[in-house]
Design a protein around this ligand. Structure first.
Ligand SMILES: Nc1nc2c(ncn2[C@@H]2O[C@H](COP(=O)(O)OP(=O)(O)OP(=O)(O)O)[C@@H](O)[C@H]2O)c(=O)[nH]1
Ligand SMILES: [Mg+2]
Length: 460
């Protein structure tokens, strides 16, 4: 395959393992010159004569200068990650040694790879489509079981297969409609309008589900922020510590203990929740620093995905509570109300403290009710269950393109209902096909590709 992409013909090299000292460090070399370049540095064997997918131990030398004892893994095109000749060099994990090896590769004809360039070449050689290539990046960045699963599913092509199927069916109809345009004088209809309508409805349904899955995708990829807010002394910092199982925040009986916000991450059923402990909100304090903390708390209420409003059950005054919760909801509708310090109440009075806010009752200090609280947080963020076997859209670029597809589908559908002619349908169908193809990379341009891959790390 030839490509207009600059530097496509050259051989690229990079350190593939993260910076710092490790047991081993891996460098990658990919391109037509890979074997020639490595041969200059590895005199003990004729590497071109070796079979693909084999390992070779020996010294890397530049002239008389011994660089390291290494293991080479040989991959021959097209059966490699990039689709080119690839050599992976496992050397000792000193950053200095790795840099020496990299410099030697470059002196002998390789070029330093740009960020994501190995994966970009894999895409250009059709080893992966664009969503799969992006999933490689997501997998590297994954930090929970859920984000790992979602990335693996996309890498295996689940999402792109669905889109490709839709696109192919649409192309069939598009071809018939374009054909009608050639016969426009004769007023013929090759494309059955009823069949076309039901196809559009099917596609619309799938696209709708994919768009809806993005809410979950976002949660999986970026986690959920939870601002813990409430009056001073409600027990917010105690709750943070209990959920973390750590004495992270200072707790005291003095109202106004927490001044600055404290953020920590917990994992609930595979989703990361970023808990934000805030300064207790009271209307009037003479303490300037405390007031600054309060302003920050209000800001956190607006920014958070979920607001956990915590109150002391002993201070339960239904009217006041309802009005505070209403106020918080004006800033952020996702509020979970939680009553704390249930350990201080007798069981009999606990069951009688009913409000219409469906609050969860806990004791942060005694760690009671916190499992229910975690479940409620999870449910609020994810819904009833987390099924990462389904296709989940986690990528904002895909979401934006799906939204455009959805618009076009709506135009086509209403067009069909109004019996508009093929020449008016055709441009909208083309637009829809364009965005479908853009997601998987069947339609793309060089700048956009460079942008997508530049977000990868070097060596990937
Ligand atoms: N009995 C009982 N006391 C609690 C509970 N949770 C917190 N407390 C006590 O309530 C007091 C205040 O707790 P903090 O966690 O500092 O309260 P806060 O909401 O962070 O307060 P500020 O940072 O001042 O806004 C401390 O003395 C805690 O030990 C609880 O579940 N039961
Ligand atoms: Mg506090």
């Amino acid at each position: 395959m030839t490509s207009k992409l600059s530097g496509w013909d050259d051989t690229i090299a990079a350190i593939a393992t993260p910076p710092g000292i490790g047991a081993i460090g891996v460098l990658r070399l990919s391109g037509d010159q890979s074997f020639d370049i490595i041969q200059k540095l590895f005199p003990s064997k004729n590497l071109k004569e070796q079979p693909a997918n084999t390992l070779h131990v020996g010294y890397l030398k530049e002239g008389n200068n011994v660089l390291d004892e290494v293991v080479l893994s040989l991959f021959k095109k097209p059966a490699s990650f990039t689709g080119e000749d690839v050599i992976e060099i496992s050397c000792h994990g000193s950053p200095y040694v790795q840099q020496q090896v990299l410099d030697a590769l470059i002196r002998n004809g390789a070029r330093l790879a740009k960020a994501g360039e190995f994966t970009q070449r894999a895409f250009l050689n059709k080893k992966l489509d664009l969503t799969q290539a992006e999933a490689v990046g997501d997998l590297i960045a994954s930090n929970t079981k859920a984000s790992q699963n979602a990335a693996l599913n996309n890498m295996r092509g689940g999402f792109s297969n669905v889109l490709k199927e839709l696109r192919e069916e649409l192309i069939k109809f598009s071809a018939l409609i374009e054909l009608e345009l050639d016969f426009s004088e004769e007023d013929v209809e090759f494309a059955d309008r009823d069949q076309f309508s039901s196809l559009i409805e099917n596609i619309e349904q799938t696209v709708k589900e994919l768009l809806e899955s993005f809410k979950l995708g976002n949660v999986i990829k970026n986690g959920v922020s939870v601002a813990i807010v409430g009056k001073p002394n409600a027990g917010k910092s105690t709750l943070l510590n209990t959920l973390l199982n750590d004495n992270r925040a200072i707790v005291s009986e003095i109202a106004g203990t927490t001044r600055d916000t404290i953020e920590e991450i917990i994992n609930i059923n595979g989703i990361l929740f970023r808990l934000i402990d805030t300064a207790g909100i009271r209307e009037h304090s003479n303490d300037v620093i405390e007031n600054m903390g309060v302003i920050k708390s209000k800001e956190k209420i607006r920014q958070a995905n979920i607001v956990l409003y915590l109150f002391d059950i002993n201070e339960l005054n239904h009217d006041e509570l309802s009005s505070i919760v209403e106020e918080v909801k004006e800033e952020n509708p996702n509020v979970l109300t939680v009553a704390n310090k249930t350990d201080t109440l007798l069981t009999s009075s606990l069951s009688s403290t009913k409000s219409n806010l469906n609050e969860i009752k806990i004791s942060a200090k005694e760690n009671l009710g916190t499992e229910q609280l975690k479940e409620a947080l999870f449910k609020m963020a994810v819904g009833s269950g987390l099924n990462t076997e389904n296709i989940v859209v986690t990528n904002a670029r895909h979401y934006a393109a799906l939204a455009e597809i959805s618009k076009s589908l709506w135009e086509i559908k209403t067009g069909l209902q109004n019996h508009i002619t093929g020449d008016l349908l055709a441009p909208e169908i083309r637009r829809c096909l364009y965005f479908l193809g853009e997601i998987t990379g069947e339609i793309t341009n060089e700048d956009r590709l460079d942008y997508i891959f530049s977000k990868f790390c070097i060596g990937k």
